[in-house]
Design a protein. Sequence first.
Length: 392
Amino acid sequence: QLFEEQCIHWWSNECPLFVVEKCCESIPVAKDPESSEKFDGTLRVAFALYRPKSVSKYQDLHTVKPFEIDWLGGYWKLPKTPVDDCEEADSLLSIHNRVVSSFNSVDKRTAIVPEEQLREVYDALTPALPRIFSSGAISVQMIMNVYRQDDLFCAFALARVAAAMRVDHLERALGLFDLAKRKVKQPPSKSPEFLPELSVMSYIDRNVGVCSALTQKWEDAARHWRSSLQIMPVNATSHYLEGKYYQEVQKYDQAVECMLKSIMLDPDFKLPYQGLGNCELLRGNYEGAMNACLACFKRHPDAPFAQFIAGQSIYHVLLESVGPGRPVNPQSADAKALAEKAAKALDLAKRRMPEQWSSADQAMLDFVRAPEQGRDHPRQEVHVWKLHGYRP
């Protein structure tokens, strides 16, 4: 299953190229000094780049000094299982658990890096990092010059720059999308050999659709997203955006179907889980909304939007279980456990997303925190937080 998921991920990739990294082993490290278990971790370091101040303001205005670097520290990020884990040692899942370090779990596994190892990494990276970042922002002219022999990647890069500027400079972004589109040669068929061309064309169309959505032209947006999917049916982002359109026009059944397709094609993509939870809430399927959140938490345990959906789902389940105007049975252990889970989820959502929090949300939190006999707060109707932001 793991291998198939990775294959799907690359089939749904919108870039005509992707980088393959070599799997290298690290020095085995223990999570705790007294532990005998060793892990194949990933070493992470943090740094700050700065330009030193000149002696005079005149020099600052007319001379750009090279970057210097300050090192802030580092740590080992550890995988799920140690290197000597022998359970199905040759299976792909076992190898994945031993070599892939991820923070997409409640348990954040880290280890201290000895100072001499940090110094070795600092010495290797100090000459390189200032040079990498000294080029500054990537301009349109730079892309046109550097990739003039590769029209396809040039088109993708131009569209990527356009996506980054669309919020503040919509008309310029649309002009760049049009330029990018003209650089892609129309493939004679939709066979796999033309997947690079199809992926770029699909990417451009779905981003033009986002421009329409930003101006609340949802029908135009949906037309571009459908075109993106006709070109490349495995585009997970376009499936999510089409679901967003159906949610906007209150066609929740179709929205749910689109969100599920997006999750199937890109299980690490967080937004469709949250979109699925919203749509299930809006059509009154609280169990379905909760299941969407639980699936999200497996990969994104701290997602505040999903915590809000989960908390609200439990709130409405508690309301329906007791009926209007009647107190919750104080003997119900299930009701008490549910209320505690809802309170925890809503409180986390409140702390992480205070700009979204409303008086209705506070009323739900007060309800699930109250003693069973005192839950006589006014009923809050189903409502969802708006998911702002789009993939570039």
